[in-house]
Design a protein around this ligand. Structure first.
Ligand code: PXP
Length: 240
């Protein structure tokens, strides 16, 4: 059986750098170290407002990384052009709102379907693996298949919030489980991410059929206390 992959999201290394307008801490250094410490891929989100990762980060990381780079982008013409130029191995299309603190929900697949289909077609033709970041609901999974995505990434934010608040997460977990089952059944590779901690990923990793977890904020935060290597290794151990 194929192992479950860990994608390390390093956006918040750039957040810390940008807080002071300095050159450090370097996202490139974080990407190279993530690779060294066992990450299976590195994720960066090039936001339209460039609030963390910027175009130079993308260029340098994409040219130096040996493991796959997973580039998260909004479905816009600007981002499509950038993604086609850099040809990262993996692309995840995410919704984006200027005012949100983080990606608050999954994509609205009823909106701009024709444009989404065109973007997916072009990115796949350019040899990038394309994933859609969606809520764990059955109709969006079917729509993702119709749009011809390779993968779906299930937004785990609501589930993680419930776990963090020690609230009942059973309904949310069931939705995710059903989403994973349907995704696998119709031939989509299923990933999960957003808000994951050691505790929430431990619960989710018992769900068979999730092939990749993408984890950032908690992992970067815990690195302050336990070190980047240890945080990555701990996540790897939990999901294996
Ligand atoms: N997956 C996707 C598609 C995301 O947009 C994000 C946040 O950028 C993550 C995973 C990682 O979320 P977190 O930083 O909360 O671990």
């Amino acid at each position: 059986m194929k192992k479950i992959r860990l994608g390390v999201n390093i956006d918040h290394v750039a957040t810390v750098r940008n807080a002071r307008g300095e050159k450090y801490p370097s996202p490139l250094r974080a990407a190279i170290l993530a690779e060294k410490y066992g990450a299976d891929s590195v994720t960066i989100h090039l936001r339209e407002d460039r609030r963390h990762i910027n175009d130079n980060d993308l260029k340098s990381i994409n040219s130096k990384l040996k493991i796959p780079l997973n580039l998260e982008i909004a479905a816009t013409n600007e981002m499509l052009k950038i993604a086609l130029r850099h040809k990262p191995s993996f692309i995840c299309i995410v919704p984006e709102k200027r005012k949100e603190i983080t990606t608050e929900g999954g994509l609205n697949l009823n909106f701009n379907k024709i444009f989404l289909k065109k973007i997916i077609y072009k990115l796949k033709k350019n040899k990038s693996r394309v994933s859609l970041f969606i809520e764990p609901n059955q109709s969006d999974i079917k729509k993702a298949k119709l749009l011809n995505a390779d993968c779906i990434e299930i937004h785990t934010g609501r589930f993680c919030n419930l776990v963090n608040q020690n609230k009942n997460f059973k309904n949310e977990l069931n939705k995710i489980k059903k989403a994973v089952t349907l995704g696998n059944k119709i031939g989509l590779e299923v990933h999960a991410g957003h808000g994951l901690t050691y505790k929430s990923v431990k619960i989710l990793s018992k769900t068979k059929g999730i092939k990749e977890f993408n984890i950032g904020h908690f992992l970067i935060g815990d690195s302050i206390f336990v070190g980047f290597a240890n945080s990555i290794k701990h996540f790897k151990k939990i999901i294996k």
